[in-house]
Write a protein that binds this ligand. Structure first.
Ligand code: FRU
Length: 496
């Protein structure tokens, strides 16, 4: 019964995708190397897992339109994290606990057990007394077709936690037990709760893993918790915390007590478009994070889903990053090394002098490219360095390395006629002899990494095809760039 209902819903939604995808996939603003939906809406990455020789990525999706509604789980697989094959939808709302009034199959995670894939997700339903969120299970033998567990929901909200803010289970195994971290809210403060289980079906509430003291908003969405080196890392996306989109805490964890003592905190990204990161471990032991490249809060507010909505889709993932633990306990988020495999048309220059006169930079086609270099701070006496991307048709996106005042900013107020805002972060260069810069531009996004991948800005920009010029200039002095390299990046989605 359970299976039949969901399968009917999936078949209906799948037909919608099959009808629309050929138009949408050839439309405007499609990314070249960032995963996006075939059509319709996409938000959080879900259920990331390496299973039977392939990477599986699921995602929150509304297959019927380019706006958030009625959450299904989309599904794509890849062998190299660059080229993706879309599979049929994995989950659709179909039950009393996940299919009532704007409910759905909300975010969650995956784990392999006895050769099967187990998906844990949040069922959201409203039966007239507000949204109620519970944690649910669906199982698959082949990693393609899923069946919801008849004993759902597995976990209901603990006392004191808001029933409409108890979601996004992330599951892992440690020694012989399973653990799950879930985002929540109590007394208007965000928190992460930890549960344990012997068999994946019966779960005990263990502890509050970490809680906002007011600085990290009223609800923590999509928490993730994992070991890195000799430390543990907690990441989450706080709601109602100003400019903070996705935060991390690094500390020590005790499995006996469920206690996490964090001593370092930071931002995973300072751009406007970095949300709901989830991690995955590769067969060679790297910890990668995948996140959703869309700001959540203000789009529904203004009832404007952005320029791609007109094209029948909305949302994509950021560049996949490897998480590394720095010597000082802070985290680095490094674009995966697989990106090197789609480089073309390389260009290198050992040294470049940058003055007040804007210098045109060579980087692929000026749209889909990678660029890497260092500022030689010993030979640089400029107050600030200005880089302009996607210039043309009177528009541009301006990035300023303000060395004097210690700020990095990305201004997209004149990027495309739609995007707004200036993303900012502190840039400390006092004791440094060089500043590393690594930039990835795609059709609709610009991702800037600096300061050993600890100071990153991911922003969506919906610039047109004629906006393909880029330049650099120095103000209040000169700047010297060393080891400049740039590449065009191949389109991983267009069929040849
Ligand atoms: C984060 C989020 C999650 C939720 C999902 C619903 O973007 O709000 O907390 O599970 O999206 O689509």
């Amino acid at each position: 019964m359970t299976k039949l209902l969901m399968n009917e819903k999936i078949a209906k939604a799948q037909k919608e995708i099959d009808d629309k995808k050929k138009y949408v996939e050839n439309g405007k603003m499609r990314q070249h190397y960032h995963l996006m939906p075939q059509c319709g809406w996409m938000n959080d990455p879900n259920g990331l897992i390496y299973f039977k020789g392939q990477y599986h990525v699921f995602y929150q999706t509304n297959p019927y339109s380019g706006f958030w509604d009625s959450m299904h789980w989309g599904h794509a697989v890849s062998k190299d994290l660059l080229h993706w094959e879309y599979l049929p939808l994995a989950l659709a709302p179909s039950e009393v606990y996940d299919d009532f009034q704007k409910g759905g199959c909300f975010s969650g995670s995956a784990i392999e057990h006895d050769g099967k894939m187990y998906l844990f997700y949040t069922g959201t339903a409203n039966h007239g007394h507000g949204n109620v969120q519970t944690q649910c299970l669906a199982i698959s033998e082949d990693g393609i077709h899923f069946e919801k567990y008849t004993g759902n929901p597995l976990i209901t909200v603990p006392e004191g936690i808001e029933p409409d803010s108890f979601r996004d289970p992330k599951v892992w195994k440690h020694e012989e037990k399973y653990y799950m971290v879930i985002g929540g809210s109590r007394n208007h403060r965000g928190l992460a709760l930890i549960f344990e289980s012997e068999d994946l079906y019966h779960w005990n509430y263990l502890n509050v893993l970490s809680e906002s003291r007011g600085e990290w908003g009223f609800m923590w969405e999509c928490p993730d918790f994992y070991p890195l080196g000799d430390k543990y890392v907690l990441t989450f996306s706080p709601m109602g915390s100003g400019d903070h989109t996705s935060a991390y805490l690094v500390g020590d964890f005790d499995y006996e007590t469920g206690r996490f003592d964090s001593h370092v905190s930071g931002e995973m990204d300072w751009g406007f478009d970095y949300y709901a990161p989830q991690s995955i471990v590769t067969p060679d032991g790297r910890r990668l994070v995948i996140s959703w490249a869309n700001e959540w809060e203000w789009m529904p507010l203004f009832k404007d889903w952005g320029p791609t909505y007109q094209e029948g889709w909305c949302g994509f993932f950021n560049l996949i990053r490897e998480v590394k633990l720095g010597n000082d306990g802070t985290l680095q988020f490094v674009p995966i090394e697989e990106m090197k495999n789609i480089r073309e048309d390389g260009f290198c220059q050992e040294e470049m002098l940058i003055t007040e006169d804007p210098k045109q930079l060579k980087a692929g086609d000026g749209i889909s490219f990678e660029m890497k270099f260092v500022f030689d701070l010993k030979k640089t006496d400029a107050d600030s360095i200005e880089m302009k991307f996607r210039c043309g048709d009177g528009k541009e996106t301006c990035c300023i390395f303000d060395l004097k005042n210690g700020e990095l900013s990305v201004d997209r107020q004149n990027s495309d006629g739609w995007s707004t805002g200036v993303s900012r972060s502190v840039l400390l260069v006092n004791d440094k002899s060089e500043l590393d810069v690594h930039i990835f531009s795609d059709q609709s996004s610009l991702e800037i990494f600096t300061d050993q991948y600890r100071n990153n800005h991911s922003n969506n920009i919906f610039a047109g095809d004629q906006q393909n010029q880029l330049s650099i200039s120095a103000h209040g002095g000169k700047a010297v760039i060393r080891n400049y390299e740039s590449y065009k990046l191949k389109d991983c989605f267009r069929k040849e």
